[in-house]
Ligand binder design. Structure first.
Ligand code: BEZ
Ligand code: FE
Length: 278
């Protein structure tokens, strides 16, 4: 029998995929196998290291449930989430840039009237948030839905407080006929992403920290426009240069202005890309 030859193994696996009926799946699986095998050869992966990798992924699976998504955290901290965002951003210049979605969005957040309070009892310094949703030609986008979510002053999202049982620091607001929105919330602070699991161990082992700069999440949706998933970051925040999930874009960094009464004001306009005509 011939000695085991790495190239033969790669070739055999690729050949086994040749009849994959879905062309795109065949392309993705083939590329995955080629890169995975090249990686193992590149680092000359030992069997103990291979097992450590399997054990790591197993632990990611065990800690994952409907509230905790360790695989998304892994993708985020390896920059894969942000790379995927970047690869799918072919918007014209002038549109607001997108960034990572993160694991803390919740469907069906409560609707909040114009000028209303998104914080709903979440602790933090009051912050007024207002701006406009516009199209690329400067046209106001009336009736746009802005899904907003953020952590409280302790750096926790409502879903990270098991006893809470209701929405806090999240809500859905709508623009008026001039494309304006206006709501009250709390000032965002930097916070650490969940790091009590395998991804936290990976960060520690590689000398990295788990912190994200202060930000407010937005998902902006309007008929006739592409949905925008993004954040607005605080210009005076720590970690803008070392976001644990690589999500900062300079165009999304903005001054949150302290007012005489100690509250803050964030003003930001979103520019949406029109969906191409069918
Ligand atoms: C967030 O901003 O909510 C987030 C993003 C990626 C990983 C963890 C949290
Ligand atoms: Fe966040």
């Amino acid at each position: 029998m011939r000695p085991l030859n790495p190239q033969d193994i790669t070739r055999s696996v690729l050949a086994s995929l040749a009849d994959t009926p879905d062309e795109r799946l065949r392309e993705i699986m083939g590329s995955l196998v080629r890169h995975l095998h090249a990686f193992a050869q590149d680092v000359k992966l030992s069997e103990a290291e291979w097992f450590a990798g399997i054990d790591f992924l197993t632990r990611c699976g065990h800690i994952t449930d409907e509230k905790r998504q360790e695989f998304i955290l892994l993708s985020d901290t390896l920059g894969l989430s942000m790379l995927t965002v970047a690869l799918n951003q072919d918007k014209p210049a002038g549109c607001t840039e997108a960034t990572v979605f993160g694991p803390f969005h919740v469907e069906d957040a409560p609707h909040v009237e114009r000028g209303g309070d998104v914080a709903q009892g979440a602790k933090g310094t009051p912050c007024w948030v207002r701006g406009r949703v516009l199209g690329l030609k400067g046209e106001p986008v009336a009736g746009a839905k802005l899904d907003v979510w953020q952590s409280d002053e302790e750096g926790l999202y409502d879903v990270q407080r098991p006893g809470l049982g209701r929405a806090q620091a999240r809500g859905v607001v709508q623009t008026d006929d001039q494309g304006r929105f206006d709501f009250r919330s709390i000032v965002a602070v930097p916070y650490a992403i969940p790091h009590d699991g395998p991804v936290g161990q990976m960060l520690q082992a590689t000398g990295r920290h788990p912190w994200r700069p202060a930000h407010l999440h937005f998902m902006v949706q309007a008929p006739g426009y592409e949905t925008l998933i993004t954040h607005v970051f605080r210009a005076d925040s720590d970690y803008l240069e070392s976001d644990a999930v690589f999500g900062v874009r300079p165009s999304l960094v903005c001054d949150w202005l302290e007012q005489d009464d100690g509250s803050f004001l964030l003003e930001f306009d979103f520019v949406l890309n029109a969906t191409p005509p069918a």
